[in-house]
Design a protein around this ligand. Structure first.
Ligand SMILES: NC(=O)c1ccc[n+]([C@@H]2O[C@H](COP(=O)([O-])OP(=O)(O)OC[C@H]3O[C@@H](n4cnc5c(N)ncnc54)[C@H](OP(=O)(O)O)[C@@H]3O)[C@@H](O)[C@H]2O)c1
Length: 160
């Protein structure tokens, strides 16, 4: 099973200058809890923004050019990355925009953190067709313990 996991601002922004634009502890904990023990697949730029492999997860980096990244496996395409794992294993596509654009066609599940605030940034989540996805879980927060704006965790399953 292929899952997308992402946090998207109200105006579609997901990052700027290869970094995140907000710090929501609840979302970082949600990401850790959800992906731990599962493979994570990411684009080379997202790997560089993290700066290290994520612990307790098999890390796969998609790149046309990279030869070796310590602690990670390199794949030359999203298909190659997904094919490394059995179909019954939940693998997480963790960004960025270029890789989400490819993954939206093949993912079965979509974990979306809606950040209910506009952020200016150079990277946007690609357009996605909501009619292809069914909302199955939603948990909304008026703000975080240290974050001033509302956000919501949503889970979608692809409509068969
Ligand atoms: N808000 C969130 O949840 C979230 C999550 C993740 C990332 N982000 C943000 O997203 C931004 C990074 O996203 P991005 O779109 O710039 O970069 P990206 O998708 O992380 O990585 C792009 C790189 O992936 C490789 N790639 C892309 N398509 C490929 C293909 N078809 N075949 C082989 N390799 C391919 C290329 O690597 P090479 O150049 O090495 O060939 C390309 O330069 C950052 O600002 C980050 O903070 C936000």
């Amino acid at each position: 099973m292929v899952s997308i996991i992402v946090a998207v601002a109200q105006n579609g922004t997901i990052g700027d200058k290869n970094a995140l634009l907000w710090h929501i502890s609840e979302d970082l904990r949600f990401f850790k809890r959800t992906t731990s023990g599962h493979p994570v697949i990411m684009g080379r730029k997202t790997y560089e923004s993290l700066g290290r492999p994520l612990p307790n997860r098999t890390n796969v980096v998609i790149s046309r050019t990279a030869e070796h990244i310590e602690g990670c496996t390199i794949a030359r395409s999203l298909e190659e990355a997904i094919a490394m794992f059995p179909a019954d294993e939940e693998v997480f596509i963790i960004g960025g925009a270029q890789i989400y654009a490819l993954a939206l066609d093949v993912a079965d599940r979509f974990y979306l953190t809606r950040v209910e605030h506009d952020y200016e940034g150079d990277t946007k989540f690609p357009e996605w067709d909501e009619s292809q996805w069914q909302l199955v879980e939603q948990e909304a927060y008026p703000c975080g313990e240290k974050y001033p704006y509302p956000f919501a965790f949503e889970r979608y399953e692809r409509v068969k």
